[in-house]
Design a protein around this ligand. Structure first.
Ligand SMILES: NC(=O)c1ccc[n+]([C@@H]2O[C@H](COP(=O)([O-])OP(=O)(O)OC[C@H]3O[C@@H](n4cnc5c(N)ncnc54)[C@H](OP(=O)(O)O)[C@@H]3O)[C@@H](O)[C@H]2O)c1
Length: 312
């Protein structure tokens, strides 16, 4: 069997054009365009790329983008003061502080300082709590994107056994809550899970979010399972590249050109066993940014007439 590829790029394009149409209709009706403030602290090269893409998508969707690029030496007090200002700025509907933050800043404190109704990353305890209670408002973007892709497959999720590898606050845990909300039976795995391959092989749905390049081989996959690969790992080493992509002409050409390639947490040979699979790149990644746009529109709708409403 060769797995059907779940095309996240195409899905994200459709979603962002729907968002853009919705924003245009809002503006035509005399409402202000939703505004998204993206705060970047420091010089992490990967963060720069993510932030650039988020800002570009905000502009493309017809929303207002507010850029705040701060030096790596920024104090925690200064960052919190900026968040306080954005919290009360009526033109700003969404606030995103790109992680990771420099060591002098407590990321949890920053997350909790953001107005929960402007928390478009969905990381604030208020928004995680709403997800726990099955009344989500602003949902963590990556798991929300994964759910969008899973629902698109047309597969009935009710009663399916879903296995999530990874229990981080931003991916694994909210992913498990999303699947539970869809009435899946959920198993969460982490670095101390015993018999990881055997546990994974019980999953009708297998979500991989560990940050371990190509670790999930076909031996972890139940035949016919739907595999969602959240991992994004950059390979620059030729020997490592060959371990995964030897003989893959398209990848070879890209590696020769860029000196690097992206691989998920799933090994290419998993596609021999899975029924459906998300690719890396072009799977979950594009959806994550699209869901950020969806959340920003949701946040703008919640702030109607200067009054806060906890449902859009
Ligand atoms: N596509 C996207 O838009 C997107 C968005 C966010 C993240 N990501 C990617 O998703 C991956 C995970 O991100 P994250 O922020 O959740 O990472 P994280 O905070 O480092 O968490 C990794 C999780 O994986 C578990 N883990 C690590 N090694 C393992 C192993 N050998 N066996 C079983 N479990 C293992 C860890 O277990 P313990 O808890 O026991 O340590 C932890 O729960 C990364 O590759 C990241 O780049 C992609």
């Amino acid at each position: 069997m060769t797995a059907r590829i779940i095309d996240g790029k195409a899905r994200a394009l459709r979603l962002t054009s729907e968002v853009a149409a919705g924003v245009a209709a809002r503006v035509a009706a005399g409402k202000p365009p939703p505004g998204l403030a993206v705060v970047l602290v420091g010089d992490n090269p990967a963060s720069h790329v993510y932030v650039r893409n988020k800002r570009r998508m905000t502009d493309t969707s017809g929303m207002r983008s507010f850029a705040h690029d701060l030096p790596a030496t920024t104090s925690q007090a200064d960052l919190l003061a900026l968040i306080d200002a954005l919290n009360v700025d009526p033109a700003v509907n969404g606030i995103l502080v790109q992680l990771p933050l420099p060591p002098q800043i407590d990321a949890d404190l920053v997350t909790e300082r953001i107005d929960p109704l402007k928390d478009v990353d969905g990381f604030h305890p208020y928004n995680i709590g709403r997800l726990v209670l099955k009344r989500p408002t602003l949902r963590p973007c990556t798991p929300y994107g994964c759910m969008t892709l899973l629902k698109d497959t047309g597969e009935d999720l009710i009663g399916k056994h879903a296995v999530v590898i990874g229990q981080s606050n931003i991916v694994g845990r909210p992913m498990a809550l999303e699947l539970l909300m869809e009435r899946c039976t959920v198993t969460i795995c982490h670095s101390k899970t015993r018999d990881l391959p055997g546990t994974c092989r019980r999953g009708d749905i297998l979500v991989c979010a560990m940050g371990r390049a190509g670790m999930i081989t076909k031996d972890y996959v139940k035949p016919g399972a739907t595999v969602v690969d959240v991992g994004m790992n950059k390979i620059t080493d030729r020997a490592e590249f060959e371990k995964f992509f030897k003989g893959n002409e398209k990848r070879e050409a890209a590696f020769a050109k860029n000196g690097s390639t992206l691989i998920g947490d799933v090994h290419p040979n998993a596609a021999e066993v899975a029924g459906k699979i998300t690719p890396v790149p072009g799977g979950v990644g594009p959806l994550t940014i699209a869901m950020l746009m969806v959340n920003t529109v949701t946040a703008a709708k919640m702030r109607r007439g200067g009054k806060l409403k906890a449902s859009a």
